[in-house]
Design a protein around this ligand. Structure first.
Ligand code: NAD
Length: 496
């Protein structure tokens, strides 16, 4: 659409650039993007300076006042579908870039991460177009009545700050609704996963998204692009997914300008397995909820509570599943688990394995680093790990590890299981396994979380409310909730 969108785009392998006002920009200040499989450097990344972030804000405001701000709902919807088409047209490149940055398996990147990146644009393009407003007829003293109706306006310039665990999926989960309702966005992917966001900038460019409607800045958090965005007086809202501590820092930085905030934060999710559960389904589902993506999904289970009569049998069955996981090269179609995201995160997860030993845990399986005898020994791998025997007060029960580890504890009564599951500062997701329908309906609403799955895990419908309570977040996204956060409703009252 924009004439300025004719510039040739850069490709992966050299320096991943920022994308500001429809142009790819190199700050000249670079950091390394490292492959966690073997510690090798994939490419360099151009770190956005404060003045580049300022430029992105100026470009975003100009887009709102210009071509982007003039588009009809239908035209924006068509463009968002074109972006989804663009992701699908370059599917293999996106999959390869996501795998290189994260080490996640081919299966996961090509069945979950990249398809959901495209789906996020399609779903919100359709929902935004179909949205209706409120309308009330109001009685007046003269009997003539008044008509009140609401219109939805975009918030303005929205900063999207994303984590590394599901890079394209989580970035687009916020970008798509924000853009579908007409905001101009500045995206900041994690410093550990800059590649698919850069490919997305190329797709936006190729799709003809008007200059300044989508901007990309690379960098870190403190004293870098993340902090520059959260403090910036020209930004109207910050939507963030990441650690609870980072959410707190962003909240402080955003306070002076009273920005709108949406936070999807950490978790310490519980699974409750009752003795009336379908045993095989509960074991398979729990293995998935603990070990998917190396435990690096905010919704992953780290605390498992099992009714005492099936406790020993369940621990043995989950051990068998953990030991059967294939930890291998990401591109191998049969690989279940790759490395963790980085050596830094590997050290964090291993420090919790060590802490569990010091706190007196029994290791059912794992607890160390796998050995390959090849260059993967320089990678960020850890073993899938199951522990038991810790008191509920232990730090390993209270703190988010964000790795392939769970603690399993027995319980006797339903009330005890509910109390143990809820005894957490976090409140993102819970999983309940039972074939008793009344119990399912009784227990699920008692969970102090934003999401409960019964007899399944990570079954997502993008129209449903998504988010957490307590330290796990503020607000809800998903479907109408996303459209609502990214819009400013305005009431118009007409006296008839
Ligand atoms: P993180 O908080 O370290 O970083 C997330 C993003 O914030 C990165 O882009 C980073 O550069 C940026 N950042 C860091 N410090 C900042 C600061 N002071 N100001 C502004 N930006 C800053 O999180 P992570 O390690 O990338 O991701 C893992 C965490 O994310 C886990 O806690 C996990 O539970 C959480 N998570 C939550 C959800 C959810 O939906 N609730 C989803 C995925 C991940």
């Amino acid at each position: 659409m924009s004439a300025s969108n004719k510039q040739a785009t850069p490709h992966l392998g050299g320096v991943l650039q920022n994308y500001i006002g429809g142009r790819f920009v190199d700050s000249g200040q670079h950091f390394a993007n490292v492959n966690p499989v073997d510690g090798s450097e994939i490419n360099k990344v151009s770190e956005a300076t404060l003045s580049l972030v300022d430029e992105a804000v100026v470009a975003a405001k100009a887009a709102l006042a210009g071509e982007w701000g003039q588009l009809s709902d239908n035209e924006r919807s068509v463009l968002m579908h074109k972006v989804a088409d663009g992701i699908e047209a370059r599917f293999d490149e996106f999959v390869a870039a996501e795998m290189a940055d994260t080490g996640k398996s081919l299966w996961q990147a090509s069945n979950i991460d990249i398809p959901r990146g495209a789906a996020n644009f399609r779903v919100f393009a359709d929902l935004a177009k179909a949205r209706s407003g409120e309308c009330f007829k109001t009685d007046t003293a003269d009997g003539q009545q008044a008509l009140n109706y609401s219109v939805n306006k975009p918030l303005g310039v929205v900063a999207v700050i994303a984590p590394w665990n599901l890079p394209l999926l989580l970035l687009t989960w916020k970008l798509a609704p924000a853009m579908a309702v007409g905001n101009a966005v500045i995206a900041k992917p994690s410093e550990d996963t800059p590649a698919t966001a850069t490919l997305l900038a190329e797709v936006m460019h190729e799709a003809g998204v008007p200059a300044g409607a989508f901007n990309l800045v690379h960098g870190f958090g403190p004293n870098s692009a993340g902090e520059f965005l959260s403090q910036h007086s020209g930004i109207d809202a910050v939507t963030f997914t990441g650690e609870s501590g980072t959410g707190s820092a962003i909240m402080k930085a955003a306070a002076d300008n009273v920005k709108a905030l949406s936070f999807e934060l950490g978790g310490k999710n519980a699974a409750i397995i009752f003795d009336d559960a379908d045993f095989e389904a509960a074991v398979a589902g729990t293995a998935k909820s603990v070990f998917t993506n190396g435990g690096q999904v905010c919704l992953c289970t780290e605390r498992v509570y099992v009714q005492r009569s099936i406790f020993d049998k369940f621990v043995a069955a989950l051990k068998e599943k953990a030991e059967a996981l294939r930890i291998d090269w990401p591109e191998d179609a049969s690989t279940d688990m790759g490395p963790l995201i980085s050596h830094k995160h590997q050290q964090k997860v291993l420090s919790y394995y060590q802490l569990a030993k010091e706190e007196g845990a029994t290791f059912i399986t794992g607890g160390g680093v796998p050995s390959f005898g090849d260059k993967r020994d320089q990678g960020a791998f850890v073993e899938p790990t199951i522990i038991t025997g810790l008191p509920e007060t232990a730090r390993c029960i209270k703190e988010e590890v964000f790795g392939p580890i769970c603690h399993i504890a027995p319980f006797d009564t339903e009330a005890e299981a509910v109390a143990m599951a809820n005894d957490s500062e976090y409140g993102l997701a819970a999983t309940v396994w039972t074939t008793n329908l009344q119990r399912a309906h009784r227990v699920a609403p008692q969970m102090e979380t934003g999401i409960v799955w019964v007899n399944t895990w990570y079954l997502r419908d993008l129209r449903t409310p998504f988010g957490g309570v307590k330290l796990s977040g503020i607000g809800r996204e998903g479907g109408a909730h996303s459209l609502s956060f990214y819009s400013e409703p305005m009431n118009i009252c007409i006296k008839l």
